[in-house]
Design a protein around this ligand. Sequence first.
Ligand code: ADP
Ligand code: MG
Length: 403
Amino acid sequence: MKIHEYQARQLLLDAGVPVPRGEMVESVAAAQSAARALFASGSRQVVVKAQVHAGGRGKAGFVKLVRTVDEAVDAATFMLGNRMVSVQTGPEGIEVHKLLIADAVEIAHEYYVAVLVDRGSRTNMLIASAEGGMDIEHVAATRPEAIIRMPLDPVRGIAPYQAREVAIRLGFRGKAVAQASDLISRLCTLHRSLDASMVEINPLVLTPPTSSDPDGKVMAIDAKFAFDENALWRHAEVEQLADPQEADPAESRAHEFGLSYIRLDGNIGCLVNGAGLAMGTMDIIKLHGGDPANFLDVGGSASEQAVTEAFRIILSDERVEGVLVNIFGGIMQCDRIARAIVGAARTVGFRVPLVVRLEGTNVAEARTILEAAKSDIPVMQTASDLSDAARKIVAAVGAGAAA
Ligand code: ADP
Ligand code: MG
């Protein structure tokens, strides 16, 4: 589960990590008064930032530094009125409903710091770089030596000497070392105590020296946090930060009906019971040269209504050019699926080829139901086994694309 920057900033602030002053707003008028308040209380520059669950905002033009209230209003009007297209959104872009209006800090240098669960090394990993900012992906891809990786003890978390070592390797000097290592330690603690899968600060900045801070000040000016959904039950405070406006509507609907649904990039919709079988189905589609449009596990005991909803979700995705139903009836009875298929044909309508492979409990009854419905659902074919099913749907979709 992802949260917004403005929410992550609050968590950082509560954990004692310095962030610039700022306020979340949802309208141009509110952006105007937030900017006015910042300028009135001494800000020389203000930053207007889109609050969306996607990065790459700076390069997309959705992070704007402004010097007057009027400029803030223009930036807010633009961001709330246009979809943001960044490297992380896909060409259709995403709507922006919320903005962060914050104090713009002067930046002497931008760093990158993150803590994530690293499956490769099977532990939490602190990752840092002195070359933070908007090109970190490029740095990571071309100069991996510029990225510091520090594995963390899963039980003890970060030790003070480790935080200090990273701060020094990043190039912090003087009083900034203590500030940076303190911030790094707090970030590691936050990652662990909130069961986050990732906490990322990019950029972490050092401000230019002033008479009161001769070594500069260390601050977090962007924050991206993601949480382990399996641990949300013990973090009500995190769960309530979910923003329904940011969720994929199909994924939210699936969740409501107890279906596990994840959108993918292909064109073959899959309806399967059991996560393992769903993964196997996706693999076999790939093996036969196709591309799954989704992962969908209706579970062991889905009702007919939930299965109908599953069809509705799959068919509402306009990229879907064919549907493969693969059910192994254990607890799930095949006749229930068959009835749901007939019901879905009636209420939703199949506009694309459908291949059905059923096996297990009540399969004979299910076959009879499907056989009787064949003339009503001309796009339907049945398959004898999984390979046959995969071959048939890949061929049907290929034929559709060629036509
Ligand atoms: P994203 O990672 O989505 O591009 P960031 O919040 O990192 O968005 O902003 C992009 C860039 O904008 C930062 O690297 C930084 O240079 C500048 N920036 C962002 N927030 C501030 C701020 N509060 N003060 C000054 N500069 C900022
Ligand atoms: Mg950033």
